[in-house]
Unconditional design. Structure first.
Length: 626
């Protein structure tokens, strides 16, 4: 995926739309691929920074360690309608409604590509893939046999190390370690907000195949430890307290790990099977005014079979079992003495099928559904129907209609706080969020010079559990809402000459929320943190064989807030990267973020009244292969 031409990129294989390999051009979905070369030239040091490249994906930085990332609306600290995977392992937190982005990291050179599907993917991936799927795919160990060291320093600093090797005839392995330190953001008046982020992690990956290639095994694991200084808000804080004292320090320690194994069996050209297992554990310890320990564990088993029935039909089916456990333990304070109940268990079993029907040489129809049984409401179905028309050799038209759901998380179950006890509902008392999505897209490319991609969508959302946007106390009442989302996303890529590449993308979204519950108290008003308009421009220049220049401009529309302090003005950011490669093994780069603006807020997290300010940053980076 390094330095692919437009023709090569459009014909590259992706798996995230259907769980089977297909060309990007023939994907009946709004799909985008971030290549390894894109990641390198972006200057990104974390995965969320790299995701800013995806058209239509709203990526906003809340603080030095926190991100809000979502597709097609409903963004938040834990965006609840976006499923994120790493090599097929779900990163979705059972405690919160989304992803702890600060604990999901890698040596970025180990990532082969990131596939992003905007729109539902629930018919094959299941619940929570309501508005999109992000699939982070790391390199096979055979592609990382060399050693690599990355060091960067300036307004943030860190280092990464990777070493690979071969064992036996078809066995390969690698280990890695990474350290990152990000300095605190500023508060509203420009002072340090005291919320530094320091993290370290390490892991391994093993790949093996037998001599005839029919059997392949993959195993990988990671451990991580991070210290995060965050904004601390006491339960029942008043608005005046938050405005006058919004940045009391709360030190949070997050540590955990995961292990995963997968077996692939290529029985024949017509039959392929895979079985996968993973275990994930995370402990979050908060030591501020409301100290507590949150432990979550996930055990997951997955099986998939792809079977070519004949020349016209390819059937994919599979099953999955997932056990999620969450335990809450307060560290005795005056605010919270106990949680009732203090542990939660969710069992989920699912099966799915999908038929890819080649109706003729020009039309392909894909239909299927996932069926899930779980604690909260026993049964869900998530069907999808998609049609792809190969209008010409280099043109594609596609359309789709889908149903997807988002399952409740533990934080959705909070029902009330008495004097010192936070009470929760049972899973059985909540219904799932529902999304009915209608999509239409067009894709065109002209050899290696030009490509154009556009997608339109209309979503109907029912039973949305929207958190109180002024969530300054444990009191949990949620407002159940119905909404509709109408949007348009477009991307143009142009390579005028071999050494110059341009990309322009824009997206428009209109989100209309209608509440089923009326409340007069302003504190129960809700809003969303979704800009109506996003735009980005990237230019990459190979000035000489040894010198690269990358420029990146991004725009986000303004977002209103319940209070004036919560509003996010529109903003423009300009990033730049200048790199020198004296030889094939060494690269030195100067990277700058927010060149045009000393500081600006990007997102309001629903806790402190005043959003933090992303600041201008500079750093130097060196990459060495050995």
């Amino acid at each position: 995926m390094d330095k692919l031409s437009i023709e090569e990129l459009m014909s590259s294989k992706v798996i995230s739309a259907t769980r089977t390999e297909q060309q990007l051009t023939d994907t009946a979905a709004a799909a985008y691929v971030i290549s390894q070369d894109d990641i390198r030239r972006s200057g990104a040091t974390t995965i969320p920074e790299a995701l800013r490249m995806v058209p239509g994906l709203h990526v906003a930085r809340i603080s030095s360690s926190k991100w809000a990332i979502s597709a097609r609306g409903f963004n938040g600290l834990f965006a609840d309608k976006l499923l994120v995977l790493m090599d097929g392992r779900s990163l979705y937190s059972p405690m919160h409604k989304g992803v702890y982005w600060e604990v999901q990291d890698r040596v970025l050179d180990d990532i082969e590509r990131i596939e992003v599907i905007r729109g539902p993917g629930a018919s094959v991936w299941g619940a929570n893939a309501a508005n999109g799927v992000i699939n982070i795919i790391t390199k096979h160990s055979a592609d990382t046999k060399e050693g690599r060291v990355t060091v960067f320093g300036g307004d943030k600093y860190g280092a990464g190390l990777r070493k690979g090797w071969q064992f036996a005839d078809q066995g390969y392995a690698r280990v890695y370690g990474k350290f990152l330190r990000d300095e605190s953001f500023a508060n509203r008046i420009g002072n340090d907000a005291n919320e530094e982020w320091t993290s370290g992690r390490g892991g391994f990956r093993l790949d093996w195949a037998n001599s005839d290639g029919k059997h392949a095994l993959m195993a990988q694991g990671d451990m991580h430890y991070g210290v995060y200084d965050e904004n601390d808000v006491k339960i029942n804080s008043s608005r005046d307290d938050l405005i006058n004292n919004p940045y009391n320090k709360n030190r949070v320690v997050k540590k955990g790990g995961n292990i995963m194994a997968r077996w692939n069996y290529n029985q024949s050209l017509a039959s392929r099977m895979s079985a996968q297992f993973f275990f994930d554990a995370l402990e979050v310890k908060e030591s501020g005014s409301n100290p507590a320990i949150i432990n979550s564990k996930v055990v997951d088993f997955d099986f998939q079979h792809v079977l070519a029935l004949n020349e016209a039909h390819e059937l994919t089916w599979g099953m999955n079992y997932r056990l999620s456990l969450v335990q809450l333990k307060p560290l005795d304070t005056d605010e919270v003495k106990d949680y009732f109940p203090n542990s939660f268990q969710n069992n989920r079993f699912s099966i799915f099928f999908q038929d890819k029907w080649r109706w003729n040489d020009e039309v392909e129809i894909t239909f299927g559904s996932k069926f899930e049984h779980h604690n909260n409401n026993n049964f869900e179905y998530e069907p999808s129907l998609r049609v792809l028309w190969k209008a010409a050799n280099q043109q594609r038209v596609w359309t789709g209609v889908s149903r997807a759901v988002r399952l409740p998380a533990v934080t959705d179950l909070i029902t009330e706080q008495t004097t010192n006890i936070v009470k929760f509902k049972q899973y059985e008392n909540l219904t799932s969020d529902e999304v009915i999505s209608y999509e239409l897209g067009y894709r065109y490319w002209n050899s290696d010079k030009f490509s154009f991609d556009v997608a339109a969508y209309y979503n109907q959302n029912n039973n949305n559990l929207v958190a109180n946007i002024n969530f300054i106390q444990w009191y949990p009442d949620r407002t159940i809402k119905k909404s509709s989302t109408l949007g348009l996303e477009a991307t143009v890529v142009w390579h005028p000459v071999d050494w110059v590449r341009f990309q322009f993308s824009s997206s428009f979204m209109d989100l209309d929320i209608k509440s089923k519950q009326k409340r007069d108290d302003l504190s129960f008003e809700t809003t969303t943190q979704d800009p109506r308009f996003l735009a980005a421009f990237r230019g990459s220049f190979d000035i000489t064989p040894m010198v690269e220049l990358d420029l990146w401009l991004r725009y986000a529309d303004a977002v209103s807030g319940v209070f004036a302090e919560q509003a996010i003005p529109s903003y423009v950011t300009v990033d730049a990267r200048l790199a020198w490669k004296p030889n094939k093994n060494l690269e030195l780069a100067f990277i700058a973020n927010n060149l045009n603006d000393s500081q600006h807020p990007e997102f309001y997290d629903g806790v402190a009244i005043n959003p933090l300010q992303a600041e201008r940053m500079f750093w130097l980076q060196g990459n060495l292969k050995y």
